[in-house]
Ligand binder design. Structure first.
Ligand SMILES: [Zn+2]
Length: 719
């Protein structure tokens, strides 16, 4: 049996993972006094996990093995907790991943004051008690040498995988090593003011991203050199964080697969799960979160129903689900947490055997790594900008909004990045949600995509500014959009008036769609001029007194509380344009980031205008239902999942879901099976080969297999 459990990679061997979360100090002898490797193992297995992550070291910097390079946790008292626990799990053939905390290292921070991160901004936007954490600078050569020694030590243990946490910046570091590296690599002093229209600033930010990517690559290579065939990944939790963290999508190539811990709720899980599916070098990916309500309130745990819904969402993406299980300071696992984990794992477990395949995605929402920023920050000194972990930048708002609307409409969509630039032809529609920075390569790929017959939706500032910092006078894609940039809209509110009966119907009973411009520019609009060969789909109506807000001393308002619609204009806001064999709808307002029902309806109606052929699947169901389909061509089937993911708990069963499904070209459906019992479900197949069925009483997560066969094979059979 030697070697047999390793026949498959770690990420394929388990889907229900627990982290034994043990960021515990060593200054009280009662800490970890009750830690028992076999009991920890038995507790994890009893909770239904089929893989675990163990801390070899933590944010404390203290090591759970007898280290030569660092300091061993005093509560080990001569024990090697790493060896004991790893052996306990391996004795039951449970795959184990090692956890190591990079740069959050209190021991190193205290021992080597010169290694400390020196953030330009002393304020911290973290939800954590920032004063508890010693963060060191990744650019300090002595720290890097120390890291290599630590990796050499932990790879003496034969883990199935290695996970490195916290490879992101705790702010812009201005230590001497960062200053020197900036000078050497960008040929300039470290800029002290944010300016996305300054090529020097943009070069510096690119360097910060590169420094992290290089470290991710270095750690992966160090592990691979010593443990060939073992997987390495880094926490991708801050993938959607703004530029301050500098976690680039480019760095994803240095992860064997993607996984990370997320706390942003349902909408974030929707986006990040789909992002990871298309950005990861390998699948399955991993969705990780705490059993506790958050990272701080350790005794307050999430509702079991919430953990179950998150498990269903992971299952809907054929992803692993990793729960962070809190260890009490005495070294025992928390009972209530284990019970909750058990319930959550039971949602996913029955369906694991059918996970996998290619996600069916007609619409691609383009997530731009370079647009995780905000032009509103231009001119702000670094001292004023705490590192942020949430997607509060304009493009992030727009991406989250676009995905939410597509999910609520049950349309097949995915999240793509520039990694898919050469495969854009796979998608019927590409959505560019206020893409603030774009380079010539992206613009060229998008232009060719449309020329070849693709459809595009783009909004607001998309393609106006180059990634390198150059603001153009017009959109780089103006020829494709069929319109030209004139100026930003100056007022706080504008109104869109649909010009076609179909779009008017979509927003009924409203006649206007209100669109606000926030002071932080998270939503807004621009003024455009349309080409003669473009069709105007919505025109601009302005409030009284525009662009003034009005005050007590003037008369730039009509009714005291409101922005009343007043001046109906012919200015185009939404235009449609044919380009090559494709079609484009450009909206000067980032409708998808607005969040009101009217904005959602108009955005969706515009997308439906672009989706001319019947979508690969569609459903008539409550908006809380996620419908996801994976194509498993080798097995001649599609894996269909339905998840009722509701905001209020416990979720009510959804009375009825009707869905329609199209087979891949050249295939016809043979039957629809309910999982996990593989019982046939009544379904119709129409003349176009579309399968239709109606499900009643959707309670949580459900999955089906739609089996198909080659059309030619079927014909020869009947003849
Ligand atoms: Zn530094």
């Amino acid at each position: 049996l030697t070697g047999q459990p390793r026949a498959r990679a770690w990420n394929e061997r388990s889907f229900r993972r627990l982290i034994v979360d043990m960021h515990i100090g060593d200054w009280n002898p009662a800490f970890l006094a009750r830690y028992d490797a076999e009991r920890i193992r038995d507790d994890c297995l009893a909770a239904g996990s089929d893989g675990v992550m163990l801390y070899v070291q933590t944010h404390t910097g203290l090591c759970y093995w007898p280290t030569a390079s660092g300091r061993q946790h005093a509560c080990c008292r001569g024990r090697d907790l790493v060896r004991d626990t790893l052996e306990a799990f391996h004795a039951r053939e449970v795959p184990v991943c090692a956890y190591y905390s990079v740069n959050f290292n209190n021991w190193a921070w205290l021992e080597h004051p010169d290694w400390r991160l020196q953030p330009a901004c002393k304020r911290n936007a973290s939800i954590l008690f920032a004063q508890r954490y010693g963060v060191v600078c990744l650019n300090h050569p002595a720290y890097r040498a120390f890291l290599r020694e630590q990796v050499a030590e932990i790879t003496r243990y034969d883990f199935d995988a290695y996970f490195f946490d916290m490879i992101w910046w705790g702010g812009v570091c201005v230590c001497e090593h960062c200053l020197e590296r900036c000078r050497r690599e960008t040929g300039q002093e470290l800029p002290r003011t944010v300016d996305w229209l300054d090529p020097g600033w943009c070069r510096f930010q690119r360097a910060r991203e590169r420094w992290l990517s290089e470290l991710a690559a270095e750690l992966r290579d160090e592990v691979r050199r010593r443990r060939p065939g073992r997987q390495v990944y880094h926490n991708f939790a801050l993938a959607l964080a703004d530029w301050t963290r500098a976690v680039s999508f480019d760095s994803a190539q240095y992860h064997d697969f993607l996984g990370g811990d997320f706390y942003g709720g349902r909408d974030e899980q929707l986006v990040v799960s789909r992002l990871m599916l298309n950005l990861s070098e390998r699948r399955p990916v991993e969705f990780m979160t705490t059993i506790s309500a958050n990272l701080i309130e350790y005794e307050r745990q999430r509702e079991t129903a919430e953990l179950e819904q998150m498990a269903g969402a992971a299952a809907s993406c054929s992803s692993a689900y990793l729960l962070i299980a809190p260890v009490n300071p005495d070294g025992t696992l928390q009972r209530p947490a284990l019970e909750r984990a058990r319930s959550a794992f039971e949602v996913l477990a029955p369906y694991q055997p059918w996970f996998g395949g290619e996600p069916v995605e007609d619409v691609a929402v383009y997530l731009s790594d370079d647009s995780k920023m905000n032009f509103a920050d231009n001119g702000r000194p670094l001292e004023e900008l705490p590192a942020g972990s949430t997607p509060t930048y304009p493009h992030g708002h727009a991406v989250l909004g676009a995905c939410r609307v597509l999910q609520q409409a049950h349309l097949p969509f995915g999240v793509i990045t520039r990694r898919q630039l050469e495969q854009l032809g796979r998608y019927r529609v590409v959505v560019l949600p206020n893409v603030l920075r774009m380079d010539a390569e992206e613009a060229a790929a998008l232009r060719e995509y449309v020329r070849a017959g693709g459809c595009l939706y783009a909004s607001r500032m998309t393609s106006l500014t180059e990634t390198a910092g150059r603001r153009h006078a017009d959109f780089m894609l103006a020829d494709v959009f069929g319109c030209h940039y004139a100026a930003p809209e100056a007022g706080a509110v504008v109104f869109l008036r649909p010009t076609t009966a179909e779009l008017g119907e979509a927003v009924r009973p409203d006649e206007l769609v209100t669109h606000r411009a926030t002071a932080t520019q998270t939503t807004g609009a621009v003024r455009i001029a349309a080409d003669a060969d473009s069709t105007v789909l919505a025109t601009l109506t302005l409030p009284y007194g525009y662009p003034q807000v009005g005050s007590v001393e003037d008369q730039d308002w009509a009714a005291i509380h409101v922005m009343a619609a007043w001046e109906r204009t012919d200015h185009p806001v939404v235009v449609e344009h044919r380009f090559g064999a494709g079609r484009v709808i450009y909206s000067a307002a980032d409708l998808e980031s607005g969040g009101s029902p009217g904005q959602d309806r108009l955005f969706l109606a515009l997308l439906r205008r672009l989706i001319t052929e019947a979508p690969s699947f569609e459903a008539r169901a409550h908006p809380s239902v996620w419908m996801t389909v994976f194509d498993q061509r080798d097995a001649r089937r599609q894996l269909v999942s339905l998840l009722s993911y509701q905001a209020e708990l416990p979720p009510l069963p959804v009375p009825e879901v009707e869905f329609r499904l199209r087979p891949p070209d050249g295939y016809r459906y043979t039957r629809l099976l309910r999982l996990p019992d593989e019982q046939p479900v009544a379904a119709t197949v129409d003349a176009d080969g579309v399968l239709g069925t109606r499900i009643t009483g959707l309670d949580g997560f459900a999955a089906y297999l739609a089996e198909y066969e080659e059309q030619a094979a079927q014909k020869s059979c009947t003849r």
